[in-house]
Design a binder for this molecule. Structure first.
Ligand code: ADP
Ligand code: MG
Length: 326
């Protein structure tokens, strides 16, 4: 009814004992509809040309950042080319070529072999402090420009984080984005435990570390790059409509409507379910013990009464379980 899909009862039970909730940033804590904000051409090309080559290379990538770049080009009615030798590197960016020129688009680590001038790095810091993600564009081993991308944080994010904290749950942010951008976004959402610059396998390590330190971890993510961490966490939660198939396939719980307010709801539903199950077990055993005892002390209950008492308690247990529907 609320758009939360549990792939089995055990996950309802697991989610009730969660001590840490770890959010992915892009597409999970943020709306996943990032926009290109700044286009900064550095070498002798125009801003439009920079956008054209970047968008052409990104046409085949599924990443929200890639979609933002392609959309920015479409809005300006720029016609795109089909790239060759395209290769997506999860958590880093893409490689590809156009007319024999090799392009690399992505985060700084993709361009390790390329020298970047100090003034450009200062510009990068400045953009990142505004919570923007900076994408580097290189052609044949030369930096030709920067694109900044901004994603708006989901309007409910702060409220959800506060609610989780009030339930005594730790909240963390795991992102492949840079430290500065991660911290800026974390601050907006009220999350102070931020793990940045994580490759997909490092997200798994971060989940394991949180688990050994605090206890059960629920990881919430949307991307292909989150799937290993979703699998490693005690409970994996995937975004439904904005999420990738891999994330949904791997997760234990799916938020069908992408509403993160359903995270505290799922946890408290799990807790209530556990409580009702325990009450029911205690009640059912108590009824049986009473009937047996009454039978032995002078046969106070006869057979028909025993049957009615036993089956009656089953009906009461079912009714008690149905309380959860309220
Ligand atoms: P998050 O963990 O925040 O969801 P990802 O792990 O998906 O982020 O990506 C980490 C970083 O890698 C992005 O911030 C971006 O800089 C870079 N990146 C990933 N894919 C692409 C792409 N297709 N084009 C450009 N940059 C990319
Ligand atoms: Mg993501």
């Amino acid at each position: 009814r609320k758009g939360v899909l549990f792939k089995g009862g055990v996950h309802l039970e697991n989610v009730s004992g969660v001590k840490v909730v770890a959010f992915d940033k892009t597409g999970t804590l943020t709306s996943g509809k990032p926009k290109v904000m700044d286009i900064i051409a550095l070498k002798n090309i125009t801003d439009l040309e920079l956008l054209r080559v970047s968008a052409s290379i990104e046409t085949l990538s599924q990443h929200p950042i890639a979609k933002a770049i392609v959309q920015a080009a479409n809005e300006k009615n720029i016609s795109l080319e089909r790239p060759k030798e395209l290769q997506a590197i999860h958590g880093l960016g893409v490689h590809g070529s156009l007319k024999g020129i090799a392009y690399k688009i992505g985060k700084l680590e993709m361009l390790k072999d390329i020298a970047i001038e100090k003034e450009h790095l200062q510009k990068v810091d400045e953009l990142e402090e505004q919570g923007k993600t900076v994408i580097f564009v290189a052609a044949n081993g030369q930096l030709i420009g920067l694109l900044s991308i901004q994603d708006t944080i989901r309007p409910q994010a702060k409220k959800v984080v506060d609610e989780l904290k009030a339930m005594g749950i730790k909240v963390a942010l795991l992102t492949g984005d840079s430290e500065t951008t991660g911290k800026a976004v974390g601050k907006q959402a009220g999350i102070d435990e931020v793990y940045a610059e994580l490759l997909p396998e490092q997200k798994v390590e971060a989940v394991k570390k949180l688990e050994s330190r605090y206890g059960k971890v629920a990881m919430i993510g949307d991307g292909v790059n989150d799937a290993p961490a979703l699998a490693a966490a005690s409970v994996g939660i995937a975004m439904g409509s904005g999420g990738t198939d891999v994330a949904m396939e791997t997760a234990d719980i799916i938020l069908m409507a992408d509403n993160i307010e359903n995270i505290p709801f799922a946890i408290s539903l799990g807790k209530r379910t556990n409580r009702v199950v325990k009450q029911n077990v205690v009640f059912a055993i108590a009824v049986v013990l009473t009937l047996v005892t009454l039978n032995f002390i002078g046969g106070v209950v006869n057979l028909p009464e025993g049957v009615v008492g036993h089956e009656g308690s089953t009906v009461l247990v079912i009714l008690s379980g149905l309380r959860l529907l309220r």
